[in-house]
Design a protein around this ligand. Structure first.
Ligand SMILES: C[S@@+](CC[C@H](N)C(=O)[O-])C[C@H]1O[C@@H](n2cnc3c(N)ncnc32)[C@H](O)[C@@H]1O
Length: 610
């Protein structure tokens, strides 16, 4: 818990304070609060905040050769741990051993939107971290058969999050406590600033990729001096770059931890429903301090069956990670500090939740790759049998599903065979539903991320970025008798490009569309049911389109004279675009009005959605 964490960190501080002769320095303007080091008085740019003498820094040792420095650091920690109280780092080690995985607090204010986003983010973002922790972790821990070592990076990618056999061995040998300790150490090492050194206090600062407020210098005597890189306000927590280098610095990776969702809203308390792209879902109940030493409890809804499912999650994640990295990091500037801190906390929390998931997943009786085909054909055979049985079933026979299954409504599966009406009904989108919520950027991004997560980044018709399809100044307002509408805020000459389908989600299958809706909150689903439409692409394909931005709020004309935005389908070499042009001069204050019948084919039937 937090007091413990502060206590441990204070002990580290005391231990370091004993090393003033070696050059330790801690600026009096700093203090400990809630497991962080904060500025208790304002700090100016370039002010020296701490100096950590080299004697307090734990390194991989002199026998360093090129290789897995993570492992070497892990081993160095282990060696010191074996020395118990005689290790000069014992206080620091105690802190590392205890706090990484067991003192996890997810942000406490999660909203519905945040919670939904958690489901989505969890299938994309944090797997990378777990993947890398556990890969490295399993390599470094004693008792693993050496020949199991993964030789090359290529093979390691295929290796996925864990190798069932290795984990099974470990499960037999290790007590739960051992495992937590090992995971803690592995996480602690992952938290390093430099691949070859563990720096007390400094390592434990929150780390940011872009907006850190401290950085380090290495003095001639190798003391590590931490300085403020900008003014730091009272109460602000110190943060450091996510990766640094203290010695023999060459190129190093700047960002292995992505700020996937920079605008995710507030976040909500337990329990969390986590849904992965490959259908695995679970409820995470958070940490139960008494019973579980701070480790969260998991209740599988759809547990993994195959080892490969876990590997697939990692692969899925890695593909998306690259895209997000390209898209999200450049827009960092537009995020305010408060939000950024929350994102950071949020991402950490997710990562930790998923660590628990993987540990718990390793306890399941998973089917390994070799047996998978066999199992597949068995599955097919039994599925065929089941179908036969189903065919001969009498109508009205009780279904297999119970009321407890949240995906089942009136015998239809919300993610597999429901019609739009059934989905709407299950979400309470009756006639009493008020279509008046103004959607903010967070919510548009949530919908976009849901879409990308469901169809996959390769097939998705958009990247995850901020913005609107509108190319002219506009505002969202109320259009009497029509609900929300979009209005011009400047005069727009005839022929101007008003809108473009930059954020139009394209679904080619009904099932994708159902799955997309299935992970979103009720109010959004009710809106999307109104907003999305079927259309025929220029290449002749029936598709479902959802404009995941204010384009969805454009109404259709009652009087032909109102019709002022004509939508044209344009075919480019790689991609089709819909573009809305001003069909006449549009005056500031006028509502943008289009003609639905020009593009809406009302063909949900062909998607099995009607
Ligand atoms: C794409 S949405 C447009 C945004 C919608 N007004 C809203 O608030 O969500 C389509 C829906 O808007 C409403 N709508 C659009 N044009 C309309 C019109 N001319 N008269 C009445 N309702 C209209 C209908 O409810 C329609 O299903």
């Amino acid at each position: 818990s937090k007091p413990n964490r502060d206590d441990r960190r204070k002990q580290v501080l005391e231990w370091l304070s004993e090393q003033q002769e070696e050059g330790f320095y801690f600026n009096g303007k700093l203090s400990h609060q809630d497991g962080r080091i904060i500025a208790s008085q304002s700090v100016e740019a370039d002010e020296v905040l701490m100096e950590i003498p080299r004697s307090a820094v734990l390194s991989i040792g002199s026998g360093y050769v090129e290789g897995n420095t993570f492992c070497m650091l892990y081993k160095a920690l282990e060696r010191e741990l074996d020395l118990k109280d005689t290790s000069k780092y014992s206080v620091y080690l105690q802190q590392l051993k205890e706090e990484q995985a067991s003192d996890i607090d997810l942000p406490s204010l999660w909203s519905n939107t945040g919670q939904r986003l958690l489901e989505l983010v969890s299938m994309t973002h944090p797997m990378n971290k777990i993947n890398s922790v556990l890969e490295d972790y399993s390599h470094c821990i004693d008792g693993l058969p050496k020949e199991e070592k993964i030789e090359t990076d290529e093979e390691r990618t295929g290796f996925g999050i864990y190798n069932g056999e290795q984990h099974d061995n470990r499960a037999l040998e290790d007590t739960q406590e051992d495992k937590i300790e090992e995971l803690n150490l592995a996480l602690a090492v992952k938290h390093h600033i430099d691949r070859k050194y563990m720096v007390p206090l400094y390592d434990q600062l929150e780390h940011h990729h872009v907006n850190y407020n401290t950085n380090h210098q290495v003095l001639d005597d190798k003391t590590i001096r931490i300085v403020a890189v900008r003014n730091i306000g009272i109460g602000e927590a110190l943060s450091r770059p996510s990766m640094g280098c203290l010695e023999a610095c060459e190129e190093f990776a700047h960002a292995n931890f992505i700020e996937t969702f920079k605008n995710y809203g507030e976040v909500q308390s337990y329990p969390h429903l986590l849904t992965f792209g490959n259908g695995i879902s679970l409820i995470y109940h958070g940490a139960d301090e008494e019973e579980n030493a701070g480790r969260g409890k998991i209740e599988w809804i759809q547990a993994p069956t195959y080892e490969s499912q876990i590997a697939a999650m990692a692969v899925e994640h890695n593909a998306q990670r690259t895209e997000y990295l390209q898209e999200v990091l450049p827009s960092r500037e537009s995020v305010d500090e408060r939000e950024w801190l929350q994102i950071n906390e949020y991402c950490h929390a997710l990562m930790d939740v998923l660590n628990v998931i993987v540990v718990e997943g390793s306890k399941l009786d998973l089917i390994s790759e070799e047996n998978e085909e066999e199992q597949d054909s068995e599955d097919e055979a039994s599925e065929a049998e089941e179908n036969e049985e189903e065919d001969s079933d009498d109508e009205g026979e009780e279904s297999d599903y119970t009321d407890d299954d949240p995906w089942m409504v009136n015998g239809c599966d919300l993610s597999e065979d429901c019609t739009i009406d059934e989905i709407g009904f299950s979400r309470g989108c009756g006639e009493t539903y008020h279509f008046d919520a103004k959607r903010n950027e967070t919510e548009w991004v949530l919908m976009r991320s849901a879409y990308i997560a469901v169809v996959g980044p390769q097939q998705a018709s958009m990247d995850l970025t901020f913005g609107s399809g509108f190319k002219v100044p506009f505002r969202v307002g109320h259009s009497p008798g029509r609900g929300r509408g979009v209005f011009a805020t400047t005069d727009i000459p005839k022929g101007t490009l008003v809108w473009q389908s930059d954020f139009t989600a394209t679904f080619t299958e009904g099932e994708q569309f159902r799955r997309f809706l299935a992970v979103l909150p009720d109010d959004m689903v009710c809106d999307l049911i109104i907003w999305c439409y079927t259309t025929l692409t220029l290449s002749g394909q029936d598709v479902i389109y959802c404009d995941l931005e204010e384009g969805s709020l454009v109404n259709s004309y009652d009087e032909l004279s109102e019709y002022n935005v004509g939508v044209q389908k344009l075919l480019f070499s790689r991609k089709e675009l819909d573009a809305g042009f001003a069909m006449r001069d549009i005056l500031a204050g006028e509502e943008f009005i289009t003609a639905y019948d020009e593009f809406d084919t009302e063909n949900y039937k062909s998607f099995g959605l009607l």
